[in-house]
Design a protein around this ligand. Structure first.
Ligand code: TRP
Length: 464
């Protein structure tokens, strides 16, 4: 039993390795890839930013991805339970697991509450594209203002519309998680992810004909290092683990439903590659549309919800293209939201012994309630976004790196490398060096920067 804790009786498992890869890449591929990656790339100047982002995926993302998967797989419980099980030999174990576990469960709870609101905007735009809901008479920007709740002329409506779509999206998420790991999450993600790829390829084919693709390729892949700033580098670092769903136990939880250690490293690499490919392809499509209309890349957070809908209207086959794009966004967000809810539900099921059905409805309902507050109060929305992505995720990532690099038993640490030359193999050694020294230092830098300390200490770096 202690050698192979993952085979505990009664615990859910993925039906197949492919099912796990779909679910985990579903978690990783989300609003971060299709909404956030393109707009930060646009803001920070393109190619050079992309290059730094790819390096961060390799130096921070991948090592942390492996750490989380192996902690989950060996611990075979929810995030807090897995960490507790694997650190029982250490004096710091209980404190670590409590802190990391609270961060994970709290993080899932808080992130999902505003993530669902943003996903709700996508559902709204899908409904608008399908002409089920009218556009605001003043156009797309006014439609988006309604969602943001700053449409002062129609206060009551402004609060109701985003709440309605947030409710629809939370229900979609709850219904999947209630059905469990195999029949719910795996079954749905195995359909969503292939569909997402097909839509993305179709959109890419479309922009190949409407122009702008050449410029888009040059923008994303021709590095211009003059445009790279310290702030851009740090943003890339922070985004590299948000996009892979790291730092709050999502991959620990998904790893805990794996059947064996053998291919943990390989599957982690596959998930990271799929996530990166989707971000790059989405960027190619979005910037091709933007450049085809002679616009600038640096539109900021409104890129996907303000700029694109306006451009689609003016394009050939605009309606089906807009529909395809928002379906893509919703599919991506849905499979990520599922993983956020699963982190919280797994905690209730494994650590508190509450049934899955009851846990999902009660916790999903509580998250929905917080989301309702976010949907109608923009400051709360921003605070939660900042608190989680700026502080909780990097702290969570740092703790996981320290756990994996310094506290885990060697046998647990090496388990995923068995098929790749064992713990003495080059890959395993490289990972150990990176997770011990490189990842924590880089994460500490992000954290200090986000706390504002770095900017104060080294003002010349930031041009302040
Ligand atoms: N990775 C998702 C995205 O790119 C968001 C996400 C889902 C996430 N689960 C997470 C981020 C857990 C951090 C932690 O949109």
């Amino acid at each position: 039993m202690s050698n192979d804790p993952g085979q505990g009786p009664g615990r859910s498992h993925w039906g197949s390795r492919l099912g796990f890869v779909f679910a985990a890449s579903g978690s990783a591929v989300g609003l971060g890839n299709i909404w956030k990656f393109p707009y930060i790339t646009g803001e920070y100047g393109g190619g050079a930013f992309v290059l730094v982002y790819l390096m961060c995926i390799a130096l921070v993302g991948l090592p942390l991805m492996y750490s989380e998967l192996i902690i989950g797989r060996r611990g075979a419980r929810d995030a807090m339970g897995s960490i507790r099980a694997l650190t029982s030999h250490s004096t710091f174990g209980p404190a670590f697991s409590l802190f990391a576990g609270l961060l994970a469960v709290g993080g899932g709870f808080l992130i999902l509450s505003f993530y669902s609101v943003v996903a709700g905007w996508a559902v709204h735009f899908l409904a608008v594209s399908m002409k089920l809901v009218p556009n605001a008479p003043e156009g797309v920007e006014a439609t988006f203002s309604t969602l943001l709740g700053d449409d002062r002329l129609a206060v009551s409506r402004a609060e109701l519309v985003p709440v309605l779509w947030h409710t629809v999206f939370m229900l979609m998420t709850i219904i999947v998680v209630v059905r469990g790991v195999h029949r719910g999450i795996e079954a749905v993600c195995s359909k969503l992810m292939p569909a997402l790829f097909v839509i993305l390829i179709l959109l890419l084919g479309y922009v190949a004909f409407t122009g702008g693709l050449g410029q888009s390729i040059a923008f994303l892949f021709k590095p211009d290092f003059h445009k790279l700033t310290a702030a851009g580098t740090l943003e890339a670092l922070g985004h590299s683990f948000f996009t892979l769903s790291l730092g709050m136990g999502a991959m620990i939880t998904y790893g805990s439903y794996l059947n064996d250690d053998r291919s943990v490293v390989r599957d982690g690499v596959v998930v990271a590659v799929l996530d990166t490919v989707v971000a790059l392809l989405a960027g190619l499509v979005i910037f091709a549309v933007v450049f085809a209309h002679g616009l600038e890349a640096g539109a900021g957070p409104g890129l996907v919800f303000k700029t694109l809908p306006k451009l689609f209207v003016a394009m050939p086959f605009g309606t089906p293209v807009a529909i395809a794009f928002f379906v893509l966004l919703i599919f991506a967000a849905w499979s990520s939201a599922i993983s956020l809810l699963e982190v919280v539900v797994a905690f209730a099921v494994d650590s508190a012994g509450i049934g899955r059905g009851r846990s999902t409805w009660v916790l999903g309902g509580a998250i929905w309630l917080l989301g309702v507050a976010c949907a109608s109060k923009a400051p709360l929305f921003d605070d939660l976004d900042n608190l989680t992505t700026r502080y909780m995720l990097p702290i969570g990532g740092l703790i996981i790196a320290i756990l994996a690099g310094w506290i885990l038993r060697p046998a647990d640490r090496a388990a995923g490398f068995v098929a790749l030359g064992g713990e003495q193999g080059t890959l395993a050694r490289a990972w150990l060096v990176i997770i011990r020294f490189v990842t924590p230092v880089l994460l500490l830098i992000v954290l200090l920067w986000k706390l504002g300390a770095l900017e104060k200490a080294l003002p010349f770096l930031f041009g302040a």
